[in-house]
Design a protein around this ligand. Sequence first.
Ligand code: NDP
Length: 241
Amino acid sequence: MVKRVLVTGSSRGIGKAVALKLASSGYDIAVHCRGGREAAEQVKDEIQAMGREAVVLQFDVADRQAAKDIIEADMEANGVYFGVVCNAGITRDNAFPAMTDDEWDSVIHTNLDGLYNVLKPIIMPLVRARKGGRIVTMSSISGLAGNRGQANYSATKAAITGVTKTLALELGKRGITVNCVAPGVIETDMIDDVFEKEIKAMIPLRRFGKAEEVANLVDFLVSDGAAYITRQVISVNGGML
Ligand code: NDP
């Protein structure tokens, strides 16, 4: 039976590249978006054109009930996931003294609560399926090193590494690996290139990364070849750290 993987935030950017790469490796995919339904449907069409199954799930990861209801309905209709890539995330940057309550709260609710809201309904069915599994979370160089203007974001991205390591400990004996990918600066909608020159100067490889270069690592972590890798935080950052 073909293994299914849910990729949150796969309507565009890194998540889209991950969904397409995993589909090309032979997985069926649950594509996911919040508002970008049309883009998500296009990703679904591309996956189906590769001969793989795909569905689109649409919910705000910060909405616990919606996440539970929609994920449970999808698992009921199409089967339990073998893997989940928790990729959906946002930034709301501001220097800490100027940061608004809403900027703080929305990033915590989306990036951190969103991880809990997605994983909670998935993990027990994954354990009960007794077939092992793969969980990949998405941190950031900002979570490892901090970054000016990103106190909210870096808090969530550091927390995600902690959740990852704890779940790896809890789920290891079930053959479920849990790893975290920490990208540097990747060319997507999230990046504004105001300081492009200055940022590139801090990157030993002297360029931004491509979403596909993050997807290659996620694809490997989901593969059988990565069965003995768990509890790791792996960077894709051109040598920035
Ligand atoms: P994009 O902004 O390009 O895409 C974000 C994706 O997440 C979209 O699919 C979006 O859906 C979805 N999403 C955002 N908020 C929500 C929400 N509340 N509920 C459900 N889905 C949501 O981001 P990137 O591809 O750049 O980033 C992907 C991940 O990688 C993030 O976790 C980010 O923190 C991390 N990362 C990115 C880096 C970069 O340089 N780009 C660097 C380090 C880490 P929709 O289209 O419907 O809005």
